[in-house]
Design a protein around this ligand. Structure first.
Ligand code: KIV
Length: 276
């Protein structure tokens, strides 16, 4: 809080949930990135990224696992705690990892850890209408929630791979209903991963809360990417929506600034980053 009070006079005050809602209302794209440590979170913040996510993608890009499933609450608490030291302005969201929110009580205990021990300002969980009781419980305790729909990486073994979701009409309709159910339960943000442009557009129009997309097309309220993907660190085949912003940049900071600018001027995502 003291840090926030000191920053009130800054040109660009710290981002909060009200700022994000206002950006949606005014049509200003929200630029978001993941971060996992203090050095990179400082660069991400310096580049005026609006929202930083300590994602369970750290299981893959930091720990070298094939999926996010092995990530624990302790891992997220540790990375959140070190990321927060690099931030001055960005809004900090942390993932509730696999099976850390199977009941409302468990979700509450673990969300409290991410906020009190880590310093997160919001928690993110994966799931549709089946998670409304969990979201309601968190919201009743004034814990801000981001609901992750579309491709849910924690369900990779259930869905049989990392694939585009919502291509069939019924599945797309169901996802719109899920987004509304989660909003009505108290979710403050919807994050949409790997869906056709039209699904991103329909959900963004249907809900009042900001919708942040990753591989969800240009019609959502904001974009998020995995930091190591935009810096060209990730080896091997990357998803269609990834763009390496190190190409043409002379530093990590310049690449992150180029990403933020591209989100703000809507030159990212281009057609080649989208699904139909
Ligand atoms: O864990 C993560 O980094 C995420 C992003 C892919 C949005 O959920």
């Amino acid at each position: 809080m003291y840090k926030q009070l000191q920053q009130r006079g800054m040109d660009s005050p710290p981002v909060n949930i009200g700022t994000l809602r206002q950006m949606k209302a005014e049509g200003e794209p929200i630029a978001a990135l993941t971060a996992y440590d203090a050095s990179f979170s400082q660069l991400v913040d310096m580049a005026a990224t609006d929202l930083v996510l300590v994602g369970d993608s750290l299981g893959m890009v930091i720990q070298g696992h094939d999926t996010t499933v092995p990530v624990t609450v302790d891992d997220i608490v540790y990375h959140t705690r070190i990321v927060t030291r690099g931030l001055r302005r960005a809004f900090l969201v942390s993932d509730l990892p696999f099976m850390s929110y199977a009941t409302p009580e468990q979700a509450l205990d673990n969300a409290v850890r991410l906020m009190q021990e880590g310093g997160a300002m919001m928690v993110k969980l994966e799931g549709g209408r089946g998670q409304t009781a969990v979201v309601e419980c968190l919201a009743q305790h004034d814990i801000p929630v981001c609901a992750h729909l579309g491709l849910k990486p924690q369900s990779v073994h259930k869905i049989g791979g990392f694939r585009v979701q919502g291509r069939e009409r019924e599945a797309a309709q169901r996802m719109v209903e899920d987004a509304l159910a989660l909003q009505n339960a108290g979710a403050d943000i919807v994050l949409l991963e790997c869906v056709p442009n039209e699904v991103g557009k329909a959900i963004t129009a249907a809900v009042d809360v900001p919708v942040i997309g990753i591989g969800a097309g240009p019609h959502v309220d904001g974009q998020i990417l995995v930091l190591y993907d935009i810096l060209g660190i990730t080896q091997g085949r990357t998803p269609r929506f990834v763009k390496n912003f190190m190409v043409g940049a002379d530093s990590n900071l310049a690449a992150i600034e180029a990403y933020v600018q591209a989100v703000k001027d809507r030159s990212y995502p281009a057609e080649e980053h989208c699904f139909s």
